[in-house]
Design a protein around this ligand. Structure first.
Ligand code: BGC
Length: 920
C-alpha cells in the first residue's frame, strides 16, 4: 500500500545527504503526520521526522527547524516563516509550529537538522505543506444543487436518487502559474477538469454529521488547465447526505437533504493576477445522466445509453441541461479533510465462476472484502447485467442474503452496445465475497470481472508471523476485517443495512487496530465526530457521526471518546485530542455521574451489557437473534471507575490539575464501595460471577489486594473447568481477557484461547470458513437478523496481545509514541518463533525470537532516538550474548534489574542479535 498522500501532491522524501562524521539521516518528514499535505487548516500544525542511523545508541540532543515561504529562502537558510533556532530537545515527533501566523493558501517549505549523540546531521531535504481556507469568508461561491426529486427518482423507502451532474465552461486568457480547486461536494462527488478526473480518490469527502461540520478537499490542478477554453464538471452522489433510508424510522435516522456543492477554482497567472471561478447559477446541471440511482445499501444503477460524451470538456452542448439552482448551505462548519482518502487499494482476480441455473452465475473472489466489481462486457444496446453481492453462499450454492436485512446490495449496468464496455460504480460499496451475475450477454469468464478493494488509504503498520498457522491466519483475518470497515469513519460492518460508526467496538478496537494500520488520522477525525455528537446536556451518542440518534447513556459505547483520546496519545504521542476534548469528556463524565451514580456509588445505567456473549452451546443459540440486551451495573461501574483514572491523567496532560482531586476522591469512593456492592463470597466472584464480571473487576483494579488471587483463581476456574478451556465473553469482556490472563501469569490459558478451534473461539470461525471476523461467536448458526460475517468487535484484545505479549512490542506508559519501548515477550511452550515488526511514529521496531534446541535467539531493532526496556525470558540459564559478545560488554546495553526471574536491560537504538541458552 502506498504512503498516505493528501491531495495530489505525492513527493516522497527519502534523500538526505550524510554528514561524513556521523551516520545520521533524517527521513519521513511529516506535517500533521502527512507527507507534503495540501490544503490543511490546522493553524499550528505539528511537524515530525524520523532519524535513521546504522550506529547504535543514537539519540537526539537538539533540533533546528526552518520554515520558509519559498524554496529559495529555505535554500539560503532564511526562515522567514519560522526559525526555531537550535532547541535543546530529544523530541522528534509532534513539534508544534510556532512561527508567523499561517494565512489561507500559504505555502510553506521546511527542513530540519538535528544534533545527536553521534554528531550533527546535515539538513534534511525539503518538505512542504500548504494551507487551505482558514476563514469562512475565503469561500466566495454559492451552494448549488437541485433540491427535489426528478420523475425517474423515487423518494421511497429505498431512496432512489439519480446522480446530479454539473458543469461550467470558462476561458483563461493568460499563462497559468498555479491553480487550486477547493471543493465541498455532498454527500459524495467526483471532480473533472477538461474531461479528466481529478485525483484517484473515491467516495469523497469523508462522511460527517453535516449539521456540525462538512469536509472540503483541495487539489492542485495547475497541470489540468490550459490557456483558452476550459471546462469543470462535478458528479454528485448521495452518500450519507441524502441518506439511504428516507422514510424509515425518521426519529432514528438523520437525513440532511439533497446533494449539493460549493466549488472554488483559483487560478494564478504568471503576471501575478488571479481568476476565481466559483459555483453560481451560471453552472448548468442535469439529473438525467447515466447514474440512475446510487445508494450505499442498495447499489448503483448505471445506464450507459444515457452517457453524455464530453460533458466535462469545453464545447459540450448542454442546451437540454438546466440552470443550477441556489440551495441552502449545510449548517456544519467547513473543515479541511485531513484524514486519508478512500481509494481503490487493490485489485483481486476472482477465483471461480459457476453457472447455477440458466444464465445465472456465481462469482467467487476468494476473500471477503469491501469494495465493488469492475465489469467488462460486450453486448447489445439495452442489455442489462445485474450484480448482486453476498458474503457467503447457502448450501444449495445460492447467495445467502438474509443477513443483509434490507440492503439490496445490487448493481445494475445497462449496455450502450458499442463494443467492449468497462464499468465500475462510483458512489457505493459492498461487503462481499460472492457475486450473482444475471443477464450477462454471452458466457461470462473470470476475465470479465475484477474485484476492487476499497478503503481508507492507510499504511499497513507491520508484519506478524509465528510458527502457528492459526495465529497467522487470524492476523490476516483481522487485517481484512479492519480494512473493510474503514471508510473515513470506522464502521461496524460493510454489508447489511447498517454500516454505522458504532462506538462500542472501537473502545479497545482503535488501539488494537493501530498495530495493524497507521490509523492516527482516521481516529483524529473520528474523535471530532464523537465530540460533535455531544448534546448540550453532555450526553454522547452511541453512534458518531450520529446518523442513528441513539443517546442511550451507557459507559461502554460513549466512553470510546476517552479511549480514542488515550490511544492517540499512547500510540502516536499526540496529546492534542486530549487537550481539545478535555472539557467535553469531563462534561460527559459528570453528566453520567449526576444522573446515574447511586448513593452506593454504583453507576446504575447500562444498555448493552456484555454485548453478544456466546450462548452456552451452539444448540442453545441456533436460529436465535443475538439482539438481546442484558444491562449490567457491574460493567457500567467498572468502566466509570476506569475512566475516573483516565481523567486524572488527562487533567494532568491538559493542564487541568485543579480537577484531579475531584476525580480521585470519587474514584476512591467507587472503589471502596465496589467490593461491598458486588462481591459474592459464596461464589468467590463479582456480580453474576460471569467471566466478564471478574475480568473487569480485576483488570480495572477494583479488587482488594487480599482477594486478587481468589479472583484470578475464579477466572481460571471458569475458563478451565466450566468452559472446558474456552472463553465465554461478549464484546466487553473480550476486550480485556488476554491481557488480564497474561498480567496474572496465565499466558498458557491465553494461548489456549487464542488457538482453540472449537466453539466458542476465533479458531472456530476460521474452521467454519471465516475470511474475516464474525460478529457472533456462533455466526454460522444464529439468526441472520444480526449476523454479519465481517465485524471487528470480537477481536477484543487479541491483536494487542499478539504484539505486546507474543512479540513483546509496547510503548511505555511514561514515554508515549514508542519513545521508550517495552520489549517483554511471553515465551510460549508451543510456539517456536515469532517475527513481528511495527512501524511506530519514531520508526520501525522489530522483535523476532526463536527457540531452537534449547537456545533462544532474539533479533530486535530499536529506532534511533528511542530506547527499549528489554525483558529476557525467565528460563534462560546464562548471561545472554550479542553477536558473540557477552551482553555486559555491549556499550549501548545496561543491566537494570531482575524482575522475578527475568533479566531486564535498557537498550539503546539499533539492531541487536541476542542469543542465550534455555533451561530444558
Ligand atoms: C451493530 C453493532 C453495535 C450494536 C449496538 C449492532 O447492530 O452492528 O456493531 O455496536 O448494534 O447495538
Amino acid at each position: 500500500m502506498n504512503k498516505i498522500v493528501f491531495g495530489i501532491v505525492n513527493i516522497f522524501l527519502f534523500i538526505f545527504s550524510l554528514n561524513l562524521h556521523a551516520e545520521v539521516k533524517l527521513d519521513n518528514l511529516r506535517c500533521e503526520m502527512l507527507e507534503n499535505p495540501i490544503g490543511i487548516d490546522v493553524v499550528n500544525p505539528n511537524l515530525s521526522w524520523n532519524i535513521k542511523s546504522n550506529e547504535r545508541g543514537v539519540s537526539q540532543n537538539a533540533y533546528r527547524i526552518i520554515v520558509a515561504s519559498s524554496k529559495e529562502n529555505l535554500d539560503q537558510n532564511i526562515g522567514d516563516m519560522w526559525d526555531s533556532d537550535k532547541v535543546e530537545s530529544d523530541q522528534s515527533i509532534q513539534i508544534t509550529y510556532q512561527g508567523k501566523k499561517l494565512e489561507s493558501r500559504k505555502e510553506c517549505f521546511w527542513k530540519v537538522k538535528v544534533w545527536t549523540s553521534h554528531g550533527e546531521s546535515e539538513w534534511s531535504s525539503i518538505a512542504n505543506w500548504s494551507m487551505g481556507f482558514i476563514y469562512y469568508k475565503d469561500w466566495q461561491g454559492r451552494w448549488i444543487g437541485f433540491d427535489r426529486v426528478f420523475p425517474w427518482d423515487s423518494d421511497s423507502f429505498n431512496s432512489r436518487l439519480s446522480a446530479r451532474y454539473f458543469r461550467k465552461e470558462f476561458k483563461l486568457n493568460k499563462t497559468i502559474e498555479k491553480a487550486r480547486v477547493y471543493i465541498i461536494g455532498l454527500g459524495l462527488y467526483e471532480l473533472f477538469l477538461n474531461g479528466k478526473k481529478i485525483g484517484d480518490q473515491v467516495l469523497t469527502p469523508s462522511p460527517t454529521d453535516y449539521t456540525k461540520n462538512v469536509k472540503y478537499n483541495v487539489f492542485d490542478v495547475t497541470e489540468e488547465l490550459q490557456q483558452g477554453e476550459n471546462a469543470i464538471g462535478v458528479i454528485l452522489g448521495n452518500g450519507r447526505y441524502y441518506t439511504m433510508r428516507q422514510h424509515y424510522k425518521a426519529y432514528k435516522i438523520k437525513n440532511f437533504g439533497f446533494p449539493k456543492m460549493l466549488v472554488q477554482l483559483e487560478v494564478e497567472y504568471d503576471d501575478g493576477s488571479t481568476r476565481i471561478i466559483t459555483t453560481d447559477s451560471s453552472w448548468r446541471g442535469t439529473a438525467n445522466g447515466p447514474i440512475r440511482s446510487n445508494n450505499e445499501y442498495d447499489g448503483e444503477e448505471y445506464d450507459a445509453q444515457r452517457e453524455m460524451p464530453g460533458w466535462s470538456k469545453p464545447g459540450f452542448n448542454d442546451t437540454d441541461w438546466l440552470d443550477a439552482e441556489y440551495v441552502e448551505e449545510p449548517r456544519g462548519e467547513f473543515e479541511a479533510q485531513m484524514n486519508p482518502y478512500v481509494k481503490v487499494l487493490q485489485t483481486i482476480k476472482p477465483v471461480s465462476i459457476k453457472e447455477i441455473s440458466k444464465g445465472r452465475y456465481i462469482l467467487d473472489i476468494g476473500q471477503n472484502i469491501a469494495g465493488w466489481i469492475k465489469l467488462k462486457v460486450k453486448g447489445n444496446r439495452g442489455d442489462q447485467v445485474q450484480l448482486r453481492f453476498a458474503e457467503i453462499l447457502q448450501d444449495n450454492g445460492e447467495l445467502f442474503t438474509a443477513n443483509l436485512r434490507d440492503a439490496k446490495a445490487c448493481d445494475l449496468y445497462t449496455l450502450k452496445g458499442e463494443g467492449e464496455e468497462v464499468w465500475e460504480p462510483k458512489f457505493v460499496y459492498h461487503g462481499f465475497q460472492f457475486v450473482e451475475i444475471i443477464g450477462f450477454p454471452g458466457t461470462p469468464t473470470l476475465d470479465n470481472f475484477e474485484a476492487k478493494v476499497v478503503s481508507d488509504e492507510i499504511d499497513k503498520n507491520g508484519e506478524f508471523t509465528t510458527s502457528n498457522p492459526l495465529i497467522n491466519q487470524l492476523f490476516k483475518n483481522a487485517y481484512w476485517g479492519v480494512l473493510s470497515n474503514y471508510k473515513g469513519i470506522p464502521i461496524d460492518c460493510p454489508q447489511r443495512d447498517e454500516r454505522q460508526p458504532w462506538l462500542g467496538e472501537r473502545a479497545v478496537g482503535c488501539y488494537s487496530e493501530s498495530y495493524i494500520f497507521g490509523n492516527e488520522l482516521l481516529y483524529r477525525k473520528w474523535i471530532d465526530d464523537i465530540a460533535y455528537s455531544q448534546k448540550a446536556d453532555g450526553s454522547v451518542c452511541d453512534v458518531a457521526p450520529s446518523y442513528f440518534r441513539y443517546y442511550s447513556d451507557n459507559m461502554t459505547w460513549p466512553g470510546t471518546f476517552l479511549f480514542v483520546a488515550d490511544m492517540l496519545y499512547r500510540q502516536y504521542g499526540d496529546v492534542r485530542p486530549i487537550v481539545k476534548h478535555y472539557d467535553a469528556m469531563k462534561k460527559w463524565m459528570f453528566y453520567m455521574r449526576d444522573r446515574y451514580l447511586s448513593d452506593e456509588y454504583i453507576l446504575t445505567q447500562d444498555r448493552y451489557g456484555d454485548w453478544c456473549a456466546p450462548p452456552k452451546t451452539i444448540e442453545e443459540g441456533r436460529g436465535k437473534s443475538a439482539d438481546v440486551k442484558y444491562p449490567s451495573q457491574l460493567i457500567s461501574t467498572t468502566y466509570f471507575y476506569h475512566f475516573l483514572g483516565m481523567m486524572q491523567q488527562f487533567a494532568t496532560l491538559s493542564g487541568n490539575e485543579q480537577d484531579i482531586l475531584e476525580y480521585k476522591e470519587l474514584a476512591e469512593k467507587v472503589k471502596n464501595n465496589f467490593d461491598k456492592n458486588f462481591y459474592r463470597p459464596e461464589l468467590s466472584g463479582y456480580g453474576e460471577n460471569k467471566l466478564t464480571d471478574n475480568i473487569l473487576a480485576l483488570y480495572m483494579d477494583l479488587v482488594p489486594e487480599n482477594k486478587k488471587k481468589t479472583i484470578a483463581g475464579t477466572i481460571e476456574d471458569i475458563i478451565v473447568n466450566e468452559n472446558k478451556g474456552h472463553l465465554s465473553t461478549g464484546m466487553i469482556g473480550t476486550k480485556w481477557i488476554m491481557r488480564t490472563l497474561t498480567d496474572h501469569n496465565r499466558t498458557d490459558i491465553a494461548y489456549q484461547l487464542a488457538t482453540n478451534k472449537t466453539y466458542p473461539s476465533w479458531g472456530y470461525m476460521i474452521e467454519n470458513g471465516a475470511k474475516v471476523i464474525w460478529e457472533l461467536w456462533n455466526g454460522n448458526t444464529a439468526s441472520p437478523r444480526m449476523n454479519s460475517y465481517n465485524h471487528v468487535m470480537m477481536l477484543g484484545d487479541l491483536i494487542i496481545w499478539y504484539y505486546e505479549s507474543l512479540a513483546g512490542i509496547k510503548s511505555s506508559d511514561q514515554s508515549p509514541g514508542f519513545k521508550q519501548i517495552i520489549m517483554k515477550p511471553e515465551i510460549i511452550n508451543q510456539l517456536d518463533y515469532v517475527n513481528a515488526s511495527y512501524n511506530s511514529v519514531h520508526g520501525l521496531i522489530k522483535s523476532n525470537w526463536e527457540k531452537k534446541d534449547n537456545t533462544f535467539n532474539w533479533d530486535i531493532s530499536i529506532p534511533a532516538n528511542t530506547n527499549a526496556i528489554v525483558y529476557f525470558p525467565s528460563n534462560i540459564v546464562n548471561e545472554p550474548t550479542e553477536n558473540g559478545l557477552n551482553i555486559n560488554e555491549i556499550e549501548t546495553v545496561r543491566f537494570l534489574r531482575m524482575e522475578g526471574n527475568r533479566k531486564v536491560y535498557q537498550v539503546g537504538s539499533g539492531d541487536y542479535s541476542f542469543h542465550s541458552e534455555m533451561k530444558k
